[in-house]
Design a protein around this ligand. Structure first.
Ligand SMILES: [Fe+2]
Ligand SMILES: [Fe+2]
Length: 234
């Protein structure tokens, strides 16, 4: 293939030619799951809006949801940027069941500290953050606007830490529950990295999309985020 041919080829074809079909499937898995997670987060923010009293904390949810609307659009655009029409493939095979289940659990929880830990700190601050950081910096040509999205996700993590620290300061009983939730998510992290995602992470490392110490860095990030609300991760 000449340089001119390559310029005419979509990024999708280049990825398949260079790294194989598994890498392409991995990229679609990332985009599809990020997209549907954003829709869940928008609804979750809306659910908590009437329950927050302070204007400052209501504003956190409004800004959070507004950012996620933009992110959902950027993830769709990211797929199209690779030369794959968003509506041109079946999304279902790419969806990770565990993500839907975790959001469903959070959606029905009336415990604010559970939602803050499960959403802002764990889903956004650990799992999504490590993917955004590594994929966005490692392969910015494939992971469209990930640096911007990463910056905005940091804001959501900061909102979560601020509100969680307020809830914990007001309610000593919430700290006991927070410790339990952290323990649950720490175990979940191991199951997630070593189970459903193991093969995908292996492919991503092989293709050089993420660093060889991806798993270790994710664990460190977990401990770091949880320490911001005064909880030892492990
Ligand atoms: Fe987002
Ligand atoms: Fe977010």
């Amino acid at each position: 293939m000449t340089a001119t041919d390559r310029a005419d080829t979509s990024l999708k074809q280049q990825i398949i030619d260079t790294y194989g079909r598994d890498a392409w499937d991995l990229i679609l898995t990332v985009y599809v799951n990020f997209y549907y997670s954003e829709l869940e987060i928008i609804d979750l923010c809306a659910r908590w809006l009437p329950r927050r009293d302070s204007l400052r904390e209501k504003n956190f949810l409004i800004r959070h949801a507004a950012d996620e609307v933009v992110h959902a659009r950027l993830f769709r655009e990211g797929v199209e940027h690779l030369g794959q029409p968003w509506h041109g493939f079946d999304h279902q095979p790419y969806r990770i069941d565990d993500i839907d289940e975790r959001f469903a659990k959070l959606f029905y929880s009336d415990d604010e500290i559970e939602v803050l830990i499960g959403l802002n700190l764990y889903a956004e601050g650990v799992l999504a953050m490590e993917e955004l950081v590594q994929l966005g910096r490692g392969r910015p040509e494939y992971f469209y606007q990930f640096a911007r999205i990463e910056r905005e996700e940091r804001r959501h993590v900061a909102f979560g830490i601020t509100v969680a620290n307020r809830v914990l300061a007001e309610n000593p009983e919430a700290r006991r529950r927070a410790v339990e939730y952290c323990k649950w998510y720490r175990e979940h992290l191991e199951g997630y990295l070593g189970g459903q995602l193991k093969e995908s992470i292996g492919w991503a490392m092989q293709a050089g999309f993420v660093a060889p110490d991806y798993i270790e860095r994710t664990r460190v990030r977990f401990d770091d985020v949880m320490s911001r609300i005064g909880i030892q991760g492990s």
